[in-house]
Design a protein. Structure first.
Lengths: 207, 207
DNA sequence: TTATTAAAATGAACAGTGTTTATTAAATTT
DNA sequence: AAATTTAATAAACACTGTTCATTTTAATAA
């Protein structure tokens, strides 16, 4: 039955067209402009049609979140390649912040928005990519601890969380323009200083 | 002219009624339920009337943000009273996280939402309360450094930012339910561990 | 006290949001 | 060619922030 196959293919293609248009709007005009109606318009279908291919907007946002992790992983490739675990942690942190600052809308989808997580809950999936990143960071922390025992924090998972909270906090404060207020036009310098300080604190013998 | 005075007073009273209703809705039902139309309904006026007392929703959110800082300051009173600067930093951090976890909607208004900041920009004011809190933390860090010279980070403002980013990051990750995913039902323990680790790193001789 | 003027409040509209459902159009099968 | 299944849609629902012409209310002047 070639027809069923073609239909299946066409269905998949339209699904991907919708996601493509959603992605394009997200990148060109940001989260708030990415409405179902707008996506439908760009894809040249009616808004109701979107609901034949996706349960709701949350599902679309979830798919975009997955895409976002793809982009972020690419952004971090060089950091992952670093051999020395401490240096790797530093590079990962810098790449993380850099990505966060450059791609606010993707970042929000991945680490802030409730909506894509709603969809996860329904599917009883887990936050695959995000969790993967955390586990990788934990493993790298464990490696760093193994290589040089004397660390202020010994639990790798607590180290990983501390690092994560730190970079996430910096990115969020920058996004919310709360850093401009603290010290105008100095966001970049403040972040660099904080990143440096964190490495200094966590890995005192690796300057 | 007693009439002009009474009118001025009535104007102020309605302004405060609007803010009161906005606050009530925010606390009972959260940010997204706090619409202009809803506030108007609760205050028993038409939506258009709101715009005779406030420029736009951003201005209302800005006023609520100020209220939020009032609440937070009250929440932190005990921490501020602590004499030892290092202990004070720890207590401030704990109170900050506690407030953030308990009052998501207030917290968002103060540290995440763009909307109240839009209003600040128009008024050319600064982010008074937030900045004040940061400066206070910086000063406390300076005090801690002065009391015990050997700290991994010496610049008080970078110390303050590092602490802030850390607690802000933790609160944000918890709000976004990204911590549940990393380790289910362990949010409290993870945060406690991270807070402990941070103090351990930043003030190595004060355990 | 009544007529006039100034101030305050509002209804209705605009342009937008996510989502559902009954209906229409198209494609496939009989 | 007719019947049936599948796909697409228009229209509606209940919302959002905001604006403006109109009406209602209150204060002042005649």
């Amino acid at each position: 039955m070639g027809i069923t196959e073609r239909k299946e293919r066409e269905k998949q293609e339209l699904k991907e067209l919708i996601l493509l248009k959603a992605k394009e709007i997200l990148m060109r005009e940001g989260q708030e402009k990415m409405s179902i109606r707008r996506i439908a318009q760009e894809a040249e279908y009616s808004p109701a049609t979107i609901y034949l291919y996706f349960q709701d907007k949350d599902e679309i946002l979830h798919e975009l979140m997955e895409m976002g992790f793809g982009l972020m992983n690419k952004h971090m490739d060089a950091a992952f390649a670093e051999e020395n675990p401490v240096m790797r942690i530093r590079k990962i942190g810098e790449a993380y912040v850099d990505f966060g600052l450059k791609h606010k809308d993707w970042y929000d989808l991945m680490f802030v928005s409730q909506q894509p997580m709603n969809h996860i809950e329904r599917c009883k999936e887990q936050w695959g990519h995000g969790l993967g990143l955390f586990e990788y960071l934990s493993a790298t922390c464990a490696e760093a601890v193994a290589g040089h025992g004397d660390m202020p924090i010994s639990e790798p998972r607590i180290m990983a969380l501390t690092l994560w909270a730190h970079v996430h906090g910096l990115v969020m404060l920058a996004h919310a323009q709360r850093l401009d207020v603290v010290e105008k036009e100095q966001t970049q310098r403040l972040i660099a200083g904080a990143m440096d300080g964190m490495m200094h604190m966590m890995f005192p013998y690796h300057n």
